[in-house]
Design a protein around this ligand. Structure first.
Ligand code: 13P
Length: 334
């Protein structure tokens, strides 16, 4: 893939009014999501659920791409059509999660590091053959009295940059995801400071590793107080702080920024994105790459009857995509 191809895929991922649906839960994570609504975590249930999501009628009106998990990118519809084929036919760009999750960072209690660089070049080559056009790697940054250490920030952003360079070598657009976790009782000011340090470190690392920013997408958390913080803040404050930290750290050459939902409610995730876009124009499109905030309502509905509730659940997926697509334009009315 040429540089122009990387750039054009990156731009298509953040086309006006469109965002990404993240359905890249590992087998362990989807188990937790299924268990919360009483669905058995079998391979067939996972396949059927991802088919429901990916074949939602007219999904591409508001969705540009979907992030898959290793098992999912190898699966097919019940009629035997590979998921990546049906996605491309329906105008949805296939993406793939390529990190192998987090482990404790030795020597730094409370900090974690994402694994998955060993053998990544070969895995990326296989994913390209399977039809992927972009890839995602998630770094996790925890906040507490003692976290994150600067060592954790640097180790994680270095891994993100090495992964991003390997992606571009393979012809995949890297979606670099540093997630600052919402758990804890920290204030919005602390969230801001951590985001600022992480994003500065990330863009330094991407520069050091010769990553082409024009062919890279940033997926990031919002600047928000910890879930257990005494003082919660309004939508405008989250939007203002998030836009401010992005403007001070993210180069304007980046084609786009998408957000994760990270445990926000559906309504919050849409309202925050909408408020940010109403403050525009910004140097880059601001859109969504939500997992839970795109899926949780549909999953709940589907869980009530896996056979008969497919079309109704798809309507809910489409409605969430529409709301978030409008929020990506600052046109959501609530
Ligand atoms: P949530 O929107 O549920 O946080 O998931 C997005 C994602 O891909 C996290 O890596």
């Amino acid at each position: 893939m040429s540089i122009e191809d990387l750039e054009s895929v990156a731009l298509a991922m953040v086309a006006p009014g469109k965002g990404i649906i993240a359905i890249d839960e590992s087998t362990n994570t989807i188990k937790k999501r299924f268990e919360s609504v009483g669905i058995e975590n079998t391979e067939e249930n996972r396949r059927a659920y991802r088919e429901l999501l990916l074949t939602t009628p007219n999904l591409s009106e508001h969705i540009s791409g979907a992030i898959l998990y290793d098992e999912t990118i190898r699966q097919s519809t019940k009629d035997g059509v590979p998921f990546t084929q049906i996605m491309k036919k329906n105008g949805i760009i296939p993406g793939i999660k390529v990190d192998k999750g987090t482990v404790p960072l030795a020597g730094f209690p409370g900090d974690v590091i994402t694994e998955g660089l060993d053998g990544l070049r070969e895995r990326l080559a296989e994913y390209v053959k399977l039809g992927a056009q972009f890839a995602k790697w998630r770094a996790v940054i925890n906040i507490s009295e003692d976290n994150p250490s600067s060592t954790a920030i640097e180790a994680n952003t270095q891994a993100l940059a090495r992964y991003a360079a390997l992606c571009q070598e393979a012809g995949l657009v890297p979606m670099v995801e540093p997630e600052v976790i919402m758990d804890g009782d920290h204030s919005i000011e602390v969230s801001y400071e951590v985001h600022e340090a992480v994003l500065r470190s990330l863009f330094n690392a991407l520069y050091e590793q010769n990553v082409l920013l024009e062919g890279t997408i940033l997926k990031v958390s919002m600047v928000i107080p910890g879930k257990d913080a005494d003082e919660q803040v309004d939508v405008e404050e989250v939007a203002e702080a998030t836009v401010r930290v992005l403007k001070t750290t993210v180069p304007a050459t980046l084609p786009g920024i998408v957000f994760l939902s990270g445990g926000q409610t559906d309504e919050q995730s849409t309202a925050h994105l909408n408020a940010m876009n109403r403050m525009g124009p910004h140097p880059w499109p601001l859109s969504f790459s939500y997992g839970r905030a795109m899926q949780q309502a549909a999953l709940k509905l589907w869980s009530k009857d896996l056979k008969t509730n497919v079309a109704e659940a798809q309507k809910v997926v489409h409605a969430r995509a529409k709301d978030n697509g409008l929020a990506a334009l600052g046109q959501w009315k609530g």
